[in-house]
Design a protein around this ligand. Structure first.
Ligand SMILES: [Ca+2]
Ligand SMILES: [Ca+2]
Ligand SMILES: [Ca+2]
Length: 539
């Protein structure tokens, strides 16, 4: 018996505190704010509050146990009752309950991370509290359906490293969706964004690359909404690693078990995942090919979010673990990068554990900062080991008569760049690493089932620039670890020397002043030429 003893009084007090926490969570969940946007947008609402982070989140520094031994599946099954809930359980009947009006009996899904594989005795004990509904053996974790009030009881077990509610995750919303008019992007266009980070050079239609690498031999797993079933109209089949495409569903309190859904990765109906993918690979538009950051990489489409772009951290963790297993197995000799243009207001211990596992086997993890502005970053982007990306724009995007597409972005570092007003600022305890273009990024986006292309904004669009750049760096030297890549990216940026700029919101509209604080830029705007020069060729 390794369970810590606590007095009934302490349990009651703790439960009461948990109930207060639950109320705070409920209040903040209903007070979503509209993200500031450059333009009116159908999807601008973002739940931006940080919900009770310190309370339910595991201590990021509590990484003392490195054991990766497997959760004992057989024993865990033996010790569990297999019921969908514990309403009739004798153990729970005997527990002191708080009053119903404060609802600590709410059935929830808790993500539990263990310090190592646990004993049958442990599972026998927790079977009195609820039911294991999913396991993630690689990271010694499971999702447990139980009453919210049992969270502290679980945390009291010595075997438990962290426990928190399964956390909401969703795509980082599009905040400046606008024109579908890309007709003048003629002849294999590279848009301004690739010139700004020095992947291409020249006028708006240039595909002239100024970096040698193209991502050949690398894989980028895009954990997102998956791809539209029309994806072959936008990408060459050779660029999509169909053999590794995967979808994961379920999660959360109401649906429970995380499940693998084999072919659903190419049945997305949201378009977010395909747009993110297009920044990495480039894409076809009619007879044209618009170039991408890493046009020869292979994208592994991972659908971990539902058709409305929302999901759960346990499902994202399953996707991360799946990619890590690919890197530990069939893709051992290839660089593997994860892009996550998604997030939520709290860090989840299971997702954190999955990220740590992925990094430990050599995967490089990149995520968007979030679109919540001053309300702060989302998770997993704000989790320090992750490479997090803010959204930048170019002050030359619009003139009083036309837009950039015939222009050559000047080679003046970040002097004509600005940080998008929606881009999440790093609050205390959050780490924002770099900025990349995230405003007016063109790519496939279907709103009516027909092939179509849109200019979108969001840190969702910024993150794949850095994931693609990471693929170029890893092509040059695939032996680099996460912290080496992060450090090289952060140290090769063009820093922002100003904190405000005049930006024209659209053609013919008067310039407005946009300013940004120091905690919104990371170290600065990524630069592919400088980042790649900082990488030595693998011996
Ligand atoms: Ca340039
Ligand atoms: Ca970081
Ligand atoms: Ca240029």
């Amino acid at each position: 018996m390794t369970r810590k003893k606590v007095s009934n009084f302490e349990v009651t007090v703790r439960r009461f505190f948990s109930v207060l926490t639950a109320l705070i969570l409920l209040v903040s969940a209903t007070s979503a704010v509209a993200a500031p946007s450059q333009n009116a947008n159908k999807e601008a609402a973002v739940a931006s509050e940080k919900k009770n982070n310190g309370k339910d989140s595991p201590n990021a520094s509590d990484k003392s146990n490195n054991g990766k031994s497997e959760l004992d599946h057989g024993n865990s099954n033996k010790g569990l009752n297999g019921q969908s809930d514990n309403k009739g359980n004798s153990a729970s009947k005997g527990r002191k309950k708080a009053s119903k009006k404060i609802n600590d009996q709410r059935m929830v899904a808790l993500n539990v991370v263990l310090k190592a594989s646990a004993t049958p005795d442990f599972f026998a004990q927790i079977s009195e509290l609820g039911t294991v509904i999913s396991t993630n053996n690689e990271i010694n974790s499971f999702t447990f359906r139980t009453e919210f009030g049992n969270l502290e009881d679980l945390r009291d077990f010595d075997e438990v490293k962290s426990v928190n509610e399964d956390a909401e995750r969703r795509i980082i919303p599009v905040v400046s969706q606008t024109s579908a008019d890309i007709g003048a992007l003629t002849g294999g266009a590279g848009s301004w964004n690739l010139d700004m980070i020095n992947v291409t050079e020249g006028t708006g239609n240039s595909t002239t690359r100024v970096v040698e690498q193209t991502g050949s031999g690398t894989y980028v797993a895009v954990i997102d909404t998956g791809l539209l079933k029309t994806w072959r109209s936008y990408f060459d089949e050779s660029n999509i690693a169909t053999e590794y495409g995967a979808a994961f569903g379920g999660g959360g309190g109401e649906r429970g078990t995380v499940s693998r859904q084999p072919n659903k990765w190419e049945l997305d109906q949201d378009s977010h995942g395909i747009h993110v993918t297009s920044t990495i690979l480039g894409f076809k538009q009619a007879t044209r090919t618009i170039t991408g950051v890493a046009p020869d990489t292979k994208v592994i489409p991972i659908k971990a979010l539902g058709q409305n772009g929302s999901g759960w951290s346990s499902v994202v963790a399953a996707g991360i673990t799946y990619v890590a297993n690919l890197k530990a197995g069939p893709l051992a000799s290839h660089p593997v990068i994860i892009n996550m243009s998604l997030g939520g207001p709290t860090l989840d211990g299971m997702e954190q554990e999955a990220i740590d596992y992925a990094i430990s086997v050599g995967v490089i993890v990149v995520a968007s900062a979030g679109n919540s502005g001053e309300a702060g970053m989302g998770y997993p982007g704000a989790y320090a080991p992750v490479i997090s990306v803010a959204s930048a724009g170019w002050t030359g995007e619009w003139s009083d008569a036309t837009w950039w597409r015939d222009s050559d972005v000047p080679e003046n570092g970040a002097a004509n760049a600005y940080i998008s007003d929606f881009s999440s600022r790093a609050r205390e305890g959050q780490q924002l690493d770099v900025a990349a273009p995230g405003s007016w990024i063109v790519g496939p986006y279907q709103t009516n089932g027909q092939l179509s292309w849109y200019f979108l904004g969001g840190t969702s669009m910024a993150s794949p620039h850095v994931a693609g750049l990471t693929a170029l760096m890893m092509q040059k030297n695939g032996s680099m670890s996460q912290n080496v890549v992060e450090s090289k990216l952060k140290n090769s940026v063009n820093a922002f020397s100003t904190s405000s700029a005049l930006v024209r919101p659209y053609i013919g509209i008067a310039e407005v002043s946009i300013s940004w604080p120091m905690n919104s830029t990371g170290t600065g705007l990524v630069d592919a030429v400088k980042a790649l020069s900082s990488v030595s060729v693998a011996p």
